[in-house]
Design a protein around this ligand. Structure first.
Ligand code: HEC
Length: 168
């Protein structure tokens, strides 16, 4: 009974968190779904145009970190919204080449840490349009920076988009 209530609750939460963007499908396409990033990611060290420290994932292509990140992706509930393999479901996929705010490490790291609302406060807007739209909740209090980089290394390892679009 308990298990059933919990999974129902999770389903309800994720359903409320992400809405199908069917109605806006036309407008979205007219704007161009594949907005390319304005420029390649700047080198680590300085600040980006939104005042965020430019950071780089220390674990990209690190097999051990990717394996740990895969477990964390499930245990920290990312998979509940994004699907076990990151391919999406009720919330956007994290493995294709459409990126809501940008594909660089600095943007993804801060989006997961701070959430959509904080990113928008910093001047980010939705430039890439996925089929489902919702707010990414802040995970700062749930995952450490180190765990987050491992999770993102796993996400990168599942990338199934155009290789030419990679900027990490
Ligand atoms: C409650 C559902 C939910 C959970 C849980 C969740 N996300 Fe998200 N995530 C979203 C939504 C919705 C978006 C789109 C944000 C927007 O459009 O502002 C998103 C966006 C993202 C993106 C950018 C995707 C893109 O196409 O640009 C990444 C990367 C991401 N999430 C990673 C994670 C990770 C890692 C975790 C776990 C630590 C996680 N998410 C947990 C709902 C969720």
């Amino acid at each position: 009974m308990k298990v059933r209530t919990t999974s129902l609750l999770l389903a309800a939460t994720t359903a409320a968190g992400c809405l199908l963007a069917l109605a806006s499908g036309h407008a979205v396409r007219a704007q161009g779904t594949d907005a390319k990033p304005a420029a390649a990611a700047p080198a680590a060290g300085g600040k980006n145009e939104h005042g965020l420290d430019i950071v780089k994932n220390p674990y990209t292509d690190n097999a051990e970190a990717i394996a740990k990140g895969k477990d964390l992706f499930v245990s920290k509930a990312c998979s509940g919204c994004h699907g076990a393999g990151g391919g999406g479901g009720m919330c956007p996929p994290v493995i294709n080449d459409t990126w809501v705010y940008g594909s660089d490490d600095t943007t993804l790291f801060n989006l997961v840490k701070l959430g959509s609302t904080a990113m928008q406060t910093k001047g980010y807007s939705r430039i890439g349009h996925e089929k489902v739209v919702g707010d990414m909740p802040p995970f700062e209090s749930v995952v450490s920076d180190d765990e987050l980089w491992k999770i993102l290394a796993f996400v990168r390892s599942k990338y199934a988009g155009d290789p030419a679009e990679k900027n990490w």
